[in-house]
Ligand binder design. Structure first.
Ligand code: G3I
Length: 366
């Protein structure tokens, strides 16, 4: 029989055949390196180091995958979850004043039954709005009431279950100006204080965050976020934390993350890495996987160096459920676990990126 590369790769996945194959056969399926770290779990390491959690985003459809849930629900590995979609506005108030928490409750219940920290995501965002919010030309009085009611109802419903809420999501443009969306266009920046005050009234104990991307490094947008925080503090608007999303590209992780974190810490609030992933241009190579390990190490060790960084959330932990390929065609493999879940791989395989995280959480050098 002719052993084509595809056949060899397939055969090498089968344990009973793998040993019988000539040496060259296995190389077809082992081109990419995997994790070698032997550690209890990333959340255990994070907590031992004094952080509140190491966690992940998750989404309801993924919970039908029992291989996925067996890893997600391992508290040693993940001590925190964020609903990737099911608490967004379209999912929670699809019609004016009509609230649905069914999907969100699945995530909240999963956190509760596993003793995980829960981060709420999100109250006010320009994306994923139901049509009624943008289509009705609400005036300022009407929209202010809608923002306060949505935020207050959502935060109030989950009061006592949440560690933190991303009350305001992605309010800034990359040049540091306020994003012009239905909220800003109608209410100016007052929509931010309206939502934060409504959230505080609904749950006096939950941490109120503003979450954004491209504020992870020293630059115009980060400075603008710091100025926004200072203004809210000066105006006595409740604000407890900043979410540094951290969607990075392999080989392009910023060099000023620690300095930038110190600037946020100096404002007297906490912050978290809320949506970490590090994508690469496909096809993946061994070199890219090794660089990704270094890049994950760099980001996680930055959080380790600044006390006010309370925890790290990856924006899902397996490439199988990453948002990257559909949004950035040609890019992928952004997560610390790969997407293998077949034949001999009845598990998602840990990548070198996993080791980069584990090394950083242990305070070691790479
Ligand atoms: O629910 C529909 C489903 O019915 C349909 O079959 C399917 C077909 O594509 O689409 C489903 O909706 C998708 C939804 O995710 C749930 O999977 C939307 O099209 C898709 O746009 C949506 O993408 C999410 C995106 O936010 C927009 O809300 C991603 O999963 C989610 O990872 C991403 O997360 C954001 C954070 O909230 C904020 N920061 C950036 C981050 C990445 O974009």
């Amino acid at each position: 029989m002719m052993l084509t590369p595809a056949l060899l790769a397939f055969a090498a996945c089968l344990p009973f055949l793998a040993n019988a194959l000539p040496q060259a056969a296995s190389s077809a399926s082992t081109a990419l390196p995997t994790s070698t770290a032997v550690v209890p779990g990333l959340n255990d390491l994070a907590r031992s180091a004094g952080k509140l959690y190491f966690g992940s985003a998750t989404d309801n459809p993924e919970l039908n995958d029992t291989t996925y849930t067996s890893i997600l629900e391992n508290y040693a590995m993940f001590g925190q979850i964020t609903p990737g979609n099911s608490m967004k506005w379209y999912a929670t108030e699809p019609e004016p004043g009509v609230f649905t928490f069914t999907a969100g409750n699945v995530i909240a219940d999963l956190a509760k039954s596993n003793g995980m920290v829960l981060r709420g995501h999100n109250c006010v965002w320009y994306e994923e709005l139901p049509d009624w919010v943008t289509a009705n030309n609400y005036n300022a009085t009407e929209l202010a009431a809608i923002v306060a009611n949505h935020t207050g109802t959502l935060v109030g419903y989950y009061a006592g279950q949440m560690y933190a809420w991303d009350v305001i999501n992605e309010p800034l443009n990359d040049n540091g100006t306020m994003r012009e969306d239905v909220f800003y266009d109608t209410l100016g920046d007052s929509y931010i204080s309206i939502a934060l005050k409504a959230a505080r009234a609904a749950d006096p104990n939950v941490k109120l965050y503003i979450n954004d991307y491209n504020i992870e490094y020293v630059g115009t947008k980060s400075t603008a976020m710091q100025n926004l925080i200072k203004q809210l503090q000066a105006d006595d608007v409740p604000i407890d934390g900043v979410g540094l999303e951290s969607h990075f590209i392999v080989g392009e992780v910023p060099t000023t993350i620690v300095e930038n974190m110190q600037a946020f810490a100096a404002l007297g609030l906490e912050f978290a890495i809320t949506e970490l992933d590090i994508r690469m241009e496909l096809p993946a190579t061994a070199d890219l996987y090794e660089q990704q390990k270094t890049d994950y190490y760099t980001v996680v060790s930055a959080c380790m160096q600044v006390e006010q960084c309370v925890g790290i959330t990856v924006w899902d932990w397996t490439d199988k459920y990453s948002w990257i390929p559909s949004t950035f065609p040609g890019y992928g493999d952004a997560c610390p676990w790969d997407s293998n879940n077949m034949l001999a791989h009845q598990n998602y395989e840990r990548k070198p990126a996993f080791d980069g995280i584990a090394i950083a959480l242990q305070g070691q050098s790479i």
